[in-house]
Design a protein around this ligand. Sequence first.
Ligand SMILES: [Zn+2]
Length: 380
Amino acid sequence: MSKRIDRIALPSMSPGTDRYLKVHRYGTPGARPKAYLQASLHADEIPGMMAAHHLIRRLDEADKRGEIQGEIIVVPVANPIGSNQVVNGIHAGRYELRGGGNFNRRWPDLFAGLIEATAGKLGTDAASNVAVVRQAIGDKLAAMTASGELSVLRLELSRLAYDADFVLDLHCDDDSHVHLFLIPDHWPDGQDLAALIGAEAVLLAADSGGASFDEVFSSPWAKLQEAVGAGYPVPAACLAATVEFRGRADVFDEIGEKDADALYTFLQRRGLIAGKARDVPSPRCQATMLDACDVVRSPAAGVLAYKVQLGQEVRTGDVIAELIDPLADDQAAARQLIRCQTDGKVLSRSMHKLVAPGDSIAKVVGSKSLAYRTGLLLED
Ligand SMILES: [Zn+2]
């Protein structure tokens, strides 16, 4: 039995209050492979927390049986700051109320300085290069300092995750089917993960533009390989993914147990837990580029009346929703049609039915890159 529970204090931001991160650690520090999982960085997205609850229970049992082979770290509440942001009864867990922005954007750039830090140290052996890169990123994080609660949270979570072989950041969408975000370097390697969690879409982007948690760990490897050339092999040594466990209302034991079983099986398949993993089910989708995902937006303020179901196949120009102007003099003529711009499958819808101009109201996963999808590919 090797389990350890750590508590990492965050600095107090007001007299008489303090928060902490709780870290469940399995296996031997430094053992390979290493997996890092965290839940609810967007603190009002609770399905991941439910999955982590069931996963920790399963891992505790495996630990008692001596079956942990690598190192596994689980942070079931990755964002205690956002967890407490309830304003007049509404949980506002996506953006920091102090002004720090979206909790899953602008994570530290771990590629900055990496070319210089590894110069003269890379060779022709991929495994040695992996060690060099991990050391360089670790040194960078060790030298970084932070003072405020959010910056300390970001730094501490980064230090836990940066050298993992697998980083899984558990989120959810609004009203949605399961989906997965990866960088292209991890496809089709991540196909087992996608199939196990039952992903209805896998969205690939080398750089989604948001410096999200998963990408800051996966993308430096690909960027460094591109910079140094094939003579110095730098493998994509950190498979980091944002896992979207359905919609925010999908928080039930039955679902959480199933999701935890998918994560457990993935860890087992990848050599972190002993025993024969169950078979991987048939994939429910192929991967598509994130810029082929049509983010359908509202043209005006109004009330949404959806005309499609989740998972429904649609064609370019199909009506996704009708937007009702509740102030129109003639309510018989109060509707305008909101159409999609691709052939594909409806992946998500909004829980909020009173919308403003520019609000994202649905995602439709197509197969062809869309010309308008440039810059920040994530929603905000
Ligand atoms: Zn999220």
